[in-house]
Unconditional design. Sequence first.
Length: 193
Amino acid sequence: MNDKQFKLEYIKCPSCKNILDLSFVNKSCPNPLCGFSFEGLEDYLDKDDGWLHKALVKAYKGKNECEVKLLATAVRYNIANYLDHFVSCNWGSHYTTLFKDFIILYLDDLNALKLVLSSDTIKIGKGDAIASKNGYKMFWELYKWLMRVHSPQIRDFLRTEFPDYYKKYYKEQHEKIMRQKITAKNEDQARLI
Ligand SMILES: [Zn+2]
């Protein structure tokens, strides 16, 4: 799954968010105000998703903040691969796991998203896939998943890049809220009766 096609050429410092080339994998962040040490990161870059998730849970539980940051850096480095696999994987439990363990929280790099959306991972002519003016590809099911990603930058891109899908999405969300309100109201009335 760690496909070379979607490897990023950089890492992002988890402390100061500076983008660094891969020569820093064994060093410290060059930002004099930061100096975060990347020692141990190189090993993590090639670990698979299952391993990284287990290690992250363990580091969270142990409140090992430095370890969490190192592991999160490795997850972000591989995020385009995870997204690619999420789109192409037919095994429901694997792709939903990839989404909830990694993509929803760690997909915050527009470059990684663009890399996958402009690749052959999504094929025009298959299902309801469309291409935006800038050549990024998307289909409706994927759009709904990706709109759940926490990063506002990612959702802003999806909103402006695929305006028709956004309208449809917005309408569905609005209807869902209205339905919930009606149900709540009916329940209130039922209680009064
Ligand atoms: Zn830094």
